[in-house]
Design a protein around this ligand. Structure first.
Ligand code: SF4
Length: 361
């Protein structure tokens, strides 16, 4: 194994992890597979991730709360997913082609823009192993920790898959096949994917194969202009902005529930002068829903933004209503104060906010 440890460097006052070379391990059958350096795996495990190869799973704080009957996440409130049975994971936990300034995850600052399709784990192998890892992470819970034992039992077999966590999931070249596989599992009710939309070919694959479309597909959209995209999202592709535009075009034609997630960074991307730019972008992607979410001053992002740039809940609601008014064809429909998030729905969307077809799809 070649090993090159990631090191932290400071650039413009911000902390970045310098990239390491991808490591490769030769399996018994002679095939080479991508692996993370041991130091990175140890670091992730210390942070309560379960790691398998280039993939990882974590038990979300909201899942833990829900198992203890202590609240549910906004996705249960808005859409009706089962928070206690949610499996949040990533098939490319340390690979991302963007360096978003607002990202609070530990180490997404890779210099890799491609993952060799010949050197990745099989999608079924990833899911099976991450499910085992997740069960181990849930092991610590019992009635003594205030767990609702019925929910804990149900939580063992996930009904909701949140393919987001850390890293960019569409960099895993078989994500479409993975979604198809997840749909065959008897407990599956919903699958959500969050992407930075830097791989338009992923959307093309979904267009050609509706069976590979998740229940809900999110595109992260924070920049009203190319200039702000370059300073906030910092794509490693020279044509990152154009890639986003191309993805939005294909995305607008997909049949699944489509969402745009906007992270509001106070005073940076929420100025009135940008409303027209957002209108153009939203019209281009034509999502069923728009989530407006406050930037949170956490983790690595603290070196890049100030605490004052974190909007209060009332400021999120104010911006969401302003945007809905400006867009004209979207209604302000809900909000979750504890997550500082507001939701808009396109007036002529065929989808209701709550998942109407809450069954294996
Ligand atoms: S849907 Fe998201 S916020 Fe809710 S429990 Fe799953 S990972 Fe956490």
């Amino acid at each position: 194994m070649r090993t090159k440890q990631p090191t932290v460097e400071k650039k413009d006052g911000a902390l970045y992890y310098r990239a390491w070379d991808n490591e490769v391990e030769t399996k018994d059958d002679g095939s080479d597979v991508l692996r993370l350096p041991k130091k990175v795996v140890d670091d992730l495990e210390k942070k309560q991730y379960g790691v398998y190869g280039h993939s990882a799973v974590q038990v979300c704080g909201w899942t833990k709360k829900s198992i203890k009957d202590d609240g549910v996440c906004y996705k249960q409130k808005f859409y009706g997913i089962e928070c206690h049975s949610c499996m949040e994971f990533s098939p490319a936990v340390m690979w991302c082609q963007e360096n978003c300034s607002f990202c609070w995850r530990p180490m997404e600052f890779m210099k890799n823009i491609e993952i060799d399709a010949e050197k990745v784990d099989d999608f079924k192998e990833i899911i099976d192993n991450l499910m085992q890892k997740r069960k181990k992470l849930l092991n610590g819970f019992n009635a003594n920790h205030g767990a609702n034992m019925e929910k804990l039992k149900e939580a063992q077999d996930p009904s909701h898959f949140a393919i987001s966590l850390s890293g960019e999931p569409t960099m895993y070249p078989h994500l479409d096949k993975m979604v198809e596989y997840l749909k065959t599992l008897p407990k599956t009710k919903s699958i959500f994917i969050v992407t930075n939309a830097q791989i338009p070919e992923f959307f093309e694959k979904l267009e050609q194969n509706p069976q590979a479309q998740p229940t809900q597909l999110y595109i992260s959209l924070e920049a009203p202009t190319k200039e702000i995209f370059n300073s906030v999202n910092m794509s490693l592709y020279e044509d990152g902005w154009e890639r986003l535009g191309k993805s939005l075009d294909v995305y607008s034609r997909l049949d699944c529930r489509r969402l745009v997630r906007f992270t509001q960074i106070k005073g940076l991307n929420d100025k009135d002068e940008y409303l027209e730019n957002y209108k153009e972008l939203v019209n281009q992607g034509n999502p069923d829903f728009v989530e407006i979410k406050a930037y949170m001053h956490l983790g690595m992002s603290q070196g890049r933004h100030t605490k004052e740039q974190m909007p209060e809940f009332v400021e999120v609601v104010e911006f969401a209503k302003k945007l809905a008014n400006y867009l004209g064809n979207y209604d302000y429909v809900d909000a979750a104060p504890n997550s500082r998030i507001a939701l808009l729905r396109r007036s002529d969307s065929k989808y209701t906010v709550h998942l109407e077809r809450y069954e294996n799809q």
